[in-house]
Design a protein around this ligand. Sequence first.
Ligand code: SAM
Ligand code: SF4
Length: 328
Amino acid sequence: MRDLRISVTDRCNFRCTYCMPFDEYQWIARREVLSFEEIERIARLLLPFGIEKVRLTGGEPLVRKDLHRLIARLAAIEGLEDLSLTTNGALLGDQAGDLYNAGLRRLNVSIDTLRADRFLALTKRGNLEEVLAGLFAAKKTGMNPIKINAVIERGVNDDGILDLVEFARTNGLGLRFIEFMDVGNSNHWQTSSMVSGREILDIIGSRYPIVEHGRRAGTAPSVDFEFLDGSGDVGIIASVTQPFCSSCTRARLTADGKLVTCLFSESGHDLKAMMRQGASDTELTDQIAAVWRGRIDRFSDERLEALQSSRGYQPEARKKIEMIKLGG
Ligand SMILES: C[S@@+](CC[C@H](N)C(=O)[O-])C[C@H]1O[C@@H](n2cnc3c(N)ncnc32)[C@H](O)[C@@H]1O
Ligand code: SF4
């Protein structure tokens, strides 16, 4: 176990077509959502398992009231060097200062297109101008690194790849392209909608010479490439076409306190119930160890095997937890 994703809420102010396209979901009841104290307790218990990085996500983490207070609690944990946040950026303009003052330095902002009309169509509720203003407000605080996450969907935004590269290079931002994945069952994923990491790289390479650097620490999901002219780097997360299950070191904590061992899991292990029934730190640690020892997930490997076989792959055959619950 090396990195931890914490979903702080399943709610979101956007409705991205590839993530949570419906207006209504069966939301986690408020009393079931972990308090900041409970999140901090689990983070502290997980640290000795080898956690080096913690990322807050959701749903949209910035819709969780006073998120900066959780940042301050986590930033104070000794030995946790790498604390980051992934956001859609809509509320960054208001919150960037508080987040920075609470100790946040590393930030990912999801921007899939630089065309305002398309941004609205993709997110259903998003205003690109507001998101860009939030991004630059965060940059002004001194947060660094700031990276853009972009999911590429065929026929939707694949003609904007070079625009995103240009934008990131010009503004000194990192950039991660993510293959469209079949997380959850709401997004009606089909192989044909996915643009492979290879295709994305070819498009980037057609304009900018790049050199591969590989995966950070050998285990990060992103394979990184550096621009030969020294203007930054770009990463590709190709979990569909180049799965990395065998080197995955990521644990996930859902907003309602379940420990999940894979992005494509069907269920999690309920730590919140144990905590609220009075479990001791030792009991919780023993349970976490048992879950992690029993981990046999290799979903993306299996998906690729199915995709390459004559039987094909049926994305809806398995009832996966939705991205907003798990924390993307
Ligand atoms: C689930 S979101 C949560 C944080 C925040 N709301 C945001 O959008 O950045 C985290 C990341 O997952 C990505 N994501 C969501 N659905 C995806 C999918 N089906 N395939 C690949 N990435 C996806 C988003 O683009 C985002 O970068
Ligand atoms: S990708 Fe992020 S912003 Fe978009 S619907 Fe999912 S949680 Fe919300």
